[in-house]
Design a protein around this ligand. Structure first.
Ligand code: SAM
Ligand code: SF4
Length: 336
């Protein structure tokens, strides 16, 4: 008798994986320092990457195995030439569709999002100051991103703004970002700086979720904001200013990982399944797909090999071990 499909993606620790993040490209129109090595990453021929129909076929297989939510990411997903076609195709699957983007090209895609039923847009913005954004992203697109955040919000999309908090770079803007949520129904998320290949990670350059909240308390007072609701599997702890229209949240992958309730798996632009953002293990799905093989056992096998915490980086010592970061990809080539 056939087993119910949704039981397939349960790992050794009983975690059910129903959330797939698909990277549409390794390319990007920004060069964020925390994400990309300064020298960029080696670009490979187009044939190494999933074509439109292959993204669709792989996604459909994951849905058959129980995936209920798909987030598109990258690199910058919207620089992919056929991004609109991919989004429309995925919109036909029975999933909640979402995207993470730097927002630079967003205005060109909002109609497509509506057509595809994609309502949730996460936009990365690390500073409210044009000069700082230029230094962090090594490009000058601040105003376009800001304009597009406003546009997406006015058109009724659910907009979350992701800020990677870095000491001495943008950490003095934490309270400005929180203040932004007072009048605007925006959801700001502060992300702890995470280690990946080539991003010269040292925890001293990051700011913990605890410190971010302490700064919020110092600035707004303990009564100035309160805890808001989280959803199951949320990686973020949410808060709201008293009378605030939006929310803010902290994502503490470094200081307080949320691996115990993880429901995420990742498909890279070159068709490799990663069972954890931090892990170095990858399962090639694209080659067997092209060879006409059944990829379902490969997917279930990869989920069963998932480690309990951060791809095995389960202590602060291992997290700080540069050889382990080097064994993983750069964030831009994973899809955050
Ligand atoms: N280009 C899109 C964007 O920037 O939103 C999607 C891809 S980007 C890799 C996805 C998310 O990962 C972004 O919010 C980015 O800020 C975050 N990110 C990248 N490198 C990171 C790091 N070292 N630590 C924490 N977050 C990181
Ligand atoms: Fe590009 Fe996003 Fe990485 Fe910045 S964080 S370099 S926008 S992929």
């Amino acid at each position: 008798m056939a087993r119910a499909a949704h039981t397939e993606l349960i790992d050794r620790f009983g975690r059910r994986h129903d959330y797939l993040r698909i990277s549409l490209t390794e390319r990007c129109n920004l060069r964020c320092t925390y994400c990309m090595p300064g020298e960029g990453i080696v670009l490979r021929p187009r044939s190494h990457f999933m074509r439109t129909h292959e993204v669709q076929a792989l996604a459909a297989t994951f849905v058959e195995l129980g995936v209920r939510k798909i987030r598109l990411t990258g690199g910058e997903p919207l620089v992919r030439r056929d991004a609109a076609e991919v989004i429309r195709g995925l919109g036909r699957l029975p999933v909640e569709l979402a995207i993470t983007t730097n927002g630079v090209l967003l205005d060109r895609f909002l109609d497509t999002f509506e057509e595809a039923g994609l309502r949730a847009v996460n936009i990365s913005l690390d500073s409210l100051r044009a000069d700082r954004m230029a230094a962090i992203s090594r490009r000058n697109h601040f105003q376009r991103t800001m304009d597009n955040i406003g546009l997406a919000r006015r058109r009724g999309f659910q907009v979350k703004v992701n800020m990677v908090v870095m000491r001495g770079v943008n950490d003095d803007e934490v309270t400005d970002f929180i203040e932004w949520t007072r009048e605007e129904p925006l959801h700001v998320r502060f992300i702890e700086f995470m280690p990946f290949n080539g991003n010269r990670w040292e925890w001293g350059r990051g700011v913990s979720a605890g410190e971010i909240l302490a700064r919020a308390t110092e600035h707004f007072g303990a009564e100035g904001f309160r805890r808001a609701d989280d959803r199951p599997h949320d990686t973020a702890r949410h808060y709201r200013l008293a009378g605030g229209a939006g929310t803010f949240a902290v994502i503490s992958s470094v200081t307080e990982p949320f691996c115990g309730t993880c429901n995420r798996i990742r498909l890279t632009a070159d068709g490799k399944l990663k069972n954890c953002l931090f892990g170095r293990h990858e399962t090639d799905l694209l080659t067997p797909l092209r060879a006409g093989e059944d990829i379902r056992p490969l997917i279930t096998g990869a989920v069963l090999r998932k480690e309990a915490m951060r791809g095995g980086m389960d202590t602060p010592g291992k997290l700080a071990d540069g050889t382990l970061h080097a064994a993983n990809r750069s964030m831009v080539a994973i899809g955050g």
